[in-house]
Write a protein that binds this ligand. Structure first.
Ligand SMILES: Cc1ncc(COP(=O)(O)O)c(C=O)c1O
Length: 359
């Protein structure tokens, strides 16, 4: 008798990460994975190296210092925080807890691909709600809720479109969902948003027992390789997560790096200022070249070339000259490419190459 996997898992596509290398180019500009081009805080690196000295010991399974550091910086209750190996692990935990065969997991048309992948892994059905002008549409999401819906995932801001739901719209979504449907606000890029009408969601978590806010250390904190994410929720959800979580899901080095990174406020402030300046530079320069750039509040933008063929050609042209962007076919946006805001020289190089491409 052959092995029989649980239903659904065989249908889950493999996640294809952004590429980090180009043959023949020693030091390409890696603008494919929305990483922090300035890297991690030096304090985080130092803490990581120091913690490596005790690698023979099991880590603190409760990630106490890390949760305390997150709570202090964000004004939250540490007992209502769970940390994961990347926010990917948080998505996995929440999906495993709340969804299974016969259930539906709802997300926005161009939402982060790990939502449908996780739904399929547990045998649930991923359901897409259409977007309007590349923006999450609250009415469309609410209209797609059925008796089977167990989770709604909303990335705010969304990757890859860069658009965001203002606070009142997010609240309208939370208010409109039945109490037995979990709303996961994935605020992976929250730190980059400089808008008065934006919330990452902790206020909604306090108000609604069925709302969770997810965050990551992979973006502004520059710790993507370390694998560190966290979420904030009311106690019953936290309790379920702690029951499911592996007892030592975070290494000692990851916890130490994350704790130090949380405390280095100057490092993230520098990243925010850099991003605001170069996001606006890149958007404006690309628009001058006749490239469509939907407004983005993240550390990336999507550049529209009208057709898949032209977007593919632009991607290849950039790559050949040492700039790695990201193709967007998997997100239903094949006529766009996504570009992370890199260092000043990367942004300038990107514009110069695209000038030649258009030229
Ligand atoms: C919207 C969103 N959520 C979650 C993640 C996962 O991040 P990580 O698992 O590295 O924390 C990403 C990574 O690209 C993302 O764009």
């Amino acid at each position: 008798m052959p092995l029989v996997p649980r239903p659904g898992i065989e249908k889950a596509p493999l996640y294809i990460p952004g590429s980090h290398s180009v043959e023949g180019i020693a030091d390409p500009a890696i603008l494919s994975a929305n990483e922090n081009p300035h890297g991690a805080s030096p304090l985080a690196r130092e803490a990581y190296m120091k913690a490596a000295a005790s690698m023979q010991r099991y880590p603190d399974g409760g990630a106490t210092e890390l949760r305390n550091a997150i709570a202090t910086r964000n004004g939250l209750d540490p007992d209502r925080i769970v940390c994961g190996a990347g926010s990917d692990e948080i998505i996995t935990m929440l999906t495993r807890i709340f969804a299974g065969p016969g259930d539906e997991v709802l997300y926005s048309e161009h939402g982060f691909l790990m939502y449908p992948i996780n739904a399929l892994q547990v045998g649930a059905t991923p359901v897409k709600a259409p977007e309007t002008d590349l923006r999450t549409d609250v009415d469309a999401l609410l209209a797609h809720v059925t008796d089977k819906t167990k989770i709604v995932f909303v990335a705010n801001p969304n990757n890859p479109t860069g658009s965001y739901l203002p606070t009142d719209e997010l609240r309208r979504l939370a208010n409109g969902l039945p109490e037995n449907v979990l709303l996961v606000i994935d605020a992976a890029y929250a730190e980059y948003v400089v808008r008065n009408d934006y919330t990452a969601g902790p206020d909604l978590v306090d108000e609604f027992p069925n709302v969770v806010m997810m965050r990551t250390f992979s973006k502004i904190y520059g710790l993507a390789a370390v694998r560190l994410g966290w979420c904030y929720a009311q106690r019953p959800v936290i309790d379920l997560m702690n029951r499911l979580r592996s007892p030592f899901n975070l290494s000692t080095t990851a916890q130490a790096a994350g704790t130090a990174a949380m405390q280095d406020i100057a490092h993230t402030e520098k990243a925010i200022a850099h991003n605001s300046q170069w996001l606006s530079y890149l958007s404006e320069e690309l628009k001058k070249l006749g490239i469509e750039v939907p407004p983005s509040v993240g550390n990336f933008l999507i550049a529209g070339f009208g057709t898949k063929e032209t977007a593919d050609a632009a991607y290849a042209f950039l790559k050949q000259r040492g700039v790695i962007a990201r193709q967007m076919g998997g997100y239903g946006l094949a006529d766009y490419i996504r570009i992370t805001i890199g260092l000043e020289k990367d942004c300038r190089l990107c514009v110069d190459i695209l000038k030649d491409f258009k030229g």
